[in-house]
Unconditional design. Structure first.
Length: 571
C-alpha cells in the first residue's frame, strides 16, 4: 500500500566490493578518529540499539561539516544507516568520534565491531523486512519517526513532514523528514527537508501556504543545548526545498519548554496567528508579515486578580506540546466554535502521552474555553502529537497523529524503522446533552481502499460492525493472543483490552482503554493493520487508537451482539 520510493539510490544492499576504512586512531578510552577516503556515495554505519550514544563529528579540510549522535555497534550489528559522504565535496574525511558508554561494560574501544563493519557503498537497502511495518499507514522508509509536523496541501498534493532520525531507529538527531501523497494513503518518500544547524536540532512546527507571496513558509523550533527558539524557513518550490530565514530566530523566550509553533491565517483579523506550547500553557501571537510577531495572550493557567487563586484548565500532569487552533462547524446547526488542540506528555488517560482539546471562542487575540472538564480526542494509548493540514481542500480539517506513546516508543519491536502515523481523520464538532464535543471521522479517502467483503480475517482489513446493543468483538490467533473490544450500551462506553497482546518489550504496554460514546453506537468501523487497531464510531463520536504486536497475525474474529462485515484492503 505504501510506495517506498526514496530519491536516492534504493537498490538491494550489496557489500561486495564495498570499501573498508583505515584502522581507527585511538586517542583515549572513549575517543577515536577514523579516516575515510571517499570512494562511494554512502558510508554505511553499523547500529547496535542497546549501546550508548556516540557523538560523531564529520570533518572536511579540518572543518566540521556534520555532527550526529549514533549507537555504533560494539559486538552486534542490528542494522545499518547511510551517511551521504559525497555531499561534502571532499575526497578525504575524518570522523571524530566520542563514545559515551562505560568501558567496563563494553570492553576496549579498539575491539569494537563498528570498525570492521563500517563500509562504503553506492547503494543502500530500503527493502521492507519488518513483519510489523504497516501496509496502509505512513511510516518512514528507515529510521525513527515521531511527531507529524509542517503538514499542508497545495496543487493536489499533501505534504507531510515529520520528526526524523536518519541515523537510527530511536529518538535522536531531530530532522524534518518529508513525504508526499495525492490521496492521504499512498506516500512517497522525499529528500530531507530541514536539517539541524548551529541553532540546534529541528523540532516540531508547521507550514503555511502564503498565497499572497506564492510561497510555503515553515516554522519550527530550533532546539539548542540551553534554549528552545522559533525559526523560519521559506520554500518557493512547493515545499520540496527550504531556505532558512537569515533573521532567525523569529521568537525567543526564557522558558525552557518553548516549542511547536502552529501558524495559520485568520481572516477575521486579517493577520496570521501563531500558537506555541510553553510549559503547561499555550501562548498566542499575531503578525502581518510572518516575521514580526506580537504576543497576544496565554491559555491554560489563570490567576484571580483579587484572591490570587490559580485555575488550571484541562490536564496539567505533563508538558503541553504540539498545539493547533481552528474554527469548526457544529453538526446540524449554524453554530461555529473554535477548538484548541493540546497534546500532553505524560498525563494521558491511560498513562503516557495523549491529545486533549478545548472548545470555546477566539477573537484573534484571546482564546476562552466553554467547559471545565478534560476532554480527550482519542481514548486509545497510541494517539499523540495530533495536528491538521494547512490549506486542506473544501475547508476540511484533516488530522494525523503519531501512533505511539512515549512510555515505550523507543522499545517497540521493529528495527529498520520505528513508528507510524494514524489513518487520516476529519475533525468537526457535535452536540450531546447540551455540550459540544470534537467529532473524529475516518477520512473519506479510506473508502477508496476498501476492497471486497471476505469471510476470513486477513492481516490488514476494515471491519464494519452493525451494533445491536451491547457487543463484544474478539480478535485472536492460534497462540492464544487476543484483543477484546466491548461496547456497553447501558454504560455508553467502548473498551479495548490488549493485555493478552504481545507486550514483552514494556510493562507499560498491556492495558485496557475505555472511552465514552456520547450516546448510542449504531455502527463501528475498525481499521486493522499489521501493528495497530483503530476503532471509530461510524458517526464520529468516539475514536480509539492502540498498537498491537501479535507474534502471529490475528486470524479469527468472533462477534457477540452485532453483525460484522470484513473488507480486505486494496493495494
Amino acid at each position: 500500500m505504501r510506495k517506498l520510493i526514496v530519491l536516492f539510490t534504493t537498490l538491494a544492499l550489496s557489500l561486495t566490493g564495498a570499501t573498508a576504512q583505515d584502522k581507527p586512531q585511538v586517542l583515549g578510552k572513549s575517543h577515536a578518529m577514523q579516516r575515510v577516503e571517499v570512494k562511494s556515495h554512502y558510508l554505511l554505519l553499523p547500529v547496535q540499539e542497546r549501546e550508548e550514544i556516540a557523538t560523531v563529528k564529520v570533518l572536511a579540510d579540518n572543518q566540521q561539516v556534520k555532527k550526529l549522535n549514533i549507537r555504533l555497534a560494539v559486538d552486534k550489528v542490528d542494522y545499518f544507516v547511510p551517511l551521504d559522504i559525497q555531499r561534502f565535496g571532499a575526497s578525504d574525511l575524518q570522523l571524530d568520534i566520542f563514545f559515551h558508554g562505560d568501558r567496563r561494560f563494553t570492553g576496549a574501544m579498539k575491539d569494537f565491531l563498528c570498525w570492521k563493519e563500517m563500509k562504503q557503498s553506492d547503494t543502500f537497502d530500503t527493502a521492507n523486512r519488518e513483519k510489523f511495518r504497516p501496509a496502509y499507514h505512513h511510516t518512514p522508509v528507515y529510521g525513527w519517526m515521531n511527531d507529524p509536523n509542517g503538514m499542508f496541501y497545495k496543487d493536489g498534493v499533501y505534504h507531510l513532514y515529520y520528526q526524523w532520525n536518519p541515523y537510527g531507529s530511536m529518538w535522536e538527531n531531530m530532522t524534518w523528514g518529508h513525504s508526499t501523497s495525492k490521496d492521504l494513503i499512498h506516500w512517497e518518500a522525499q529528500p530531507t527537508a530541514i536539517e539541524p544547524d548551529a541553532l540546534g536540532d529541528i523540532f516540531s512546527g508547521s507550514c503555511v501556504v502564503d498565497k499572497k507571496n506564492d510561497r510555503v513558509v515553515a516554522f519550527y523550533t530550533s532546539a539548542g543545548e540551553r534554549a528552545q527558539i522559533q525559526s523560519m524557513a521559506i520554500s518557493t518550490d512547493n515545499g520540496q526545498t527550504f531556505k532558512k530565514y537569515k533573521g532567525n530566530p523569529v521568537l525567543v523566550s526564557k522558558e525552557p519548554d518553548f516549542r511547536d509553533p502552529k501558524c495559520f491565517w485568520n481572516p477575521e483579523i486579517q493577520k496570521w496567528n501563531m500558537i506555541l506550547a510553553v510549559g503547561q500553557e499555550m501562548r498566542i501571537y499575531s503578525s502581518k508579515d510572518l516575521t514580526d510577531w506580537t504576543y497576544e495572550s496565554s491559555f491554560g493557567i489563570s490567576a484571580d486578580k483579587v484572591t490570587g487563586d490559580v485555575t488550571e484548565l484541562g490536564c496539567h500532569d505533563g508538558v503541553w506540546e504540539c498545539p493547533d487552533l481552528m474554527k469548526l462547524q457544529v453538526r446540524g446547526t449554524d453554530k461555529q466554535k473554535w477548538m484548541l488542540i493540546c497534546n500532553i506528555n505524560p498525563g494521558g488517560p491511560f498513562g503516557g502521552s495523549a491529545t486533549q482539546y478545548f472548545i470555546g471562542d477566539f477573537d484573534g487575540h484571546k482564546f476562552t474555553c466553554d467547559h471545565k472538564d478534560t476532554r480527550w480526542m482519542d481514548y486509545g494509548k497510541d494517539h499523540y502529537a495530533t495536528v491538521t493540514f494547512d490549506n486542506a481542500p473544501d475547508g476540511r480539517k484533516i488530522a494525523l497523529a503519531w501512533m505511539s506513546n512515549w512510555q515505550y516508543a523507543n522499545q517497540t519491536p521493529t528495527k529498520q524503522f520505528r513508528s507510524a502515523n494514524s489513518v487520516p481523520r476529519d475533525l468537526d464538532l457535535f452536540e450531546y446533552n447540551g455540550e459540544i464535543y470534537c467529532g473524529v471521522t475516518p477520512s473519506r479517502e479510506l473508502n477508496a481502499i476498501r476492497g471486497k467483503a471476505v469471510s476470513k480475517l486477513p492481516q490488514t482489513c476494515e471491519i464494519v460492525v452493525d451494533v445491536k446493543g451491547s457487543t463484544e468483538i474478539v480478535l485472536s490467533n492460534a497462540l492464544g493472543e487476543q484483543v477484546v473490544m466491548t461496547y456497553d450500551a447501558a454504560e455508553k462506553t467502548f473498551a479495548m483490552d490488549r493485555t493478552r497482546s504481545y507486550a514483552s518489550f514494556s510493562e507499560a504496554f498491556p492495558c485496557v482503554t475505555v472511552a465514552p460514546t456520547y450516546g448510542d453506537i449504531k455502527q463501528l468501523r475498525i481499521f486493522i493493520d499489521k501493528c495497530s487497531i483503530e476503532a471509530f464510531d461510524a458517526e464520529g463520536k468516539m475514536a480509539m487508537t492502540n498498537l498491537v504486536f501479535p507474534n502471529e497475525p490475528y486470524n479469527t474474529l468472533k462477534v457477540k451482539g452485532g453483525k460484522a462485515t470484513i473488507y480486505e484492503i486494496k493495494n
